[in-house]
Design a protein around this ligand. Structure first.
Ligand code: E4P
Length: 226
């Protein structure tokens, strides 16, 4: 399972990219709105693309098919490698069908059920983003939804890549990797949490302490021998 970072924050994205663990970035209008409003959206998107260079999903803000297609053309004029993120609504599916005909990659977002995922795949989506955290928030079992989606994909040999989205904690990453999701797009905070373990920190501290002790002993011996 590849990792993407779900963020529009350049500092977070730059740090995650420097660790070599992410292969792409997903953004959405809410993530962009959290950032400095004086920075032009096109400029921010291009800065993100320059930083990571891999997959970058950019979401449209229209709800009608023509508007989505116009926005897609605009985004593609910024950089032709863009993946166009389209909401899982009927007009969105029509836009996905047209973009797929033109071989433009699409990421269908806001998918909460296996049947929505199936419809997005049928329309020609390159990626289907299945949201986990928001389902858990309302008391539904998001991992069961992901289990159903991956089973349907295996049974039917579907080609759209499955993105686990709305990730809230490292257990989501673990479960989605076990189920065979292709990608998990992960908030920076969760990405960092998934790297840490207290035994790693205490183990490293013990190694460093022992190294310093050994160095001090060696220095003492060297001085004594002079
Ligand atoms: C997916 O591409 C979305 O940007 C994202 O994962 C939404 O997650 P949220 O529920 O944390 O807003």
């Amino acid at each position: 399972m590849e990792l993407y970072v779900d963020s529009a924050n350049i500092t977070e994205i730059t740090h995650a990219a420097s660790l070599g663990i992410i292969r792409g970035v997903t953004t959405n209008p809410s993530l962009l709105a959290k950032e400095d409003p004086t920075v032009d959206v096109k400029q921010r998107i291009l800065d993100i693309y320059k930083t990571v260079g891999g997959h970058l999903s950019v979401e449209v803000n229209s709800t009608d098919t023509d508007g989505m297609l116009r926005e897609a053309d605009d985004i593609l004029s910024w950089f032709p490698e863009a993946t166009i993120k389209i909401p899982m609504i009927p007009t969105g599916l029509a836009a996905v069908k047209e973009l797929s005909r033109r071989e433009i990659p699409t990421n269908v977002t806001l998918i909460f059920t296996p049947t929505q995922a199936l419809a997005a795949a049928a329309a020609g989506a390159t990626y289907v983003s299945v949201f986990l955290g928001r389902l858990d928030d309302m008391g539904q079992d998001s991992i069961q939804v992901m289990r159903d989606v991956t089973e349907i994909w295996d049974t039917n040999g579907l080609e759209s890549l499955i993105i686990a989205a709305s990730i809230r904690h490292p257990i989501h990453l673990l479960e989605c990797a076990k189920l065979g999701a292709d990608i998990a797009t992960t908030p920076y905070k969760v990405l960092m949490q998934s790297l840490k373990h207290p035994l790693t920190d205490s183990g490293l501290q013990a190694f460093l302490n022992d190294y310093e002790k050994m160095k001090a002993e060696k220095e003492k011996h060297a001085k004594g021998g002079q």
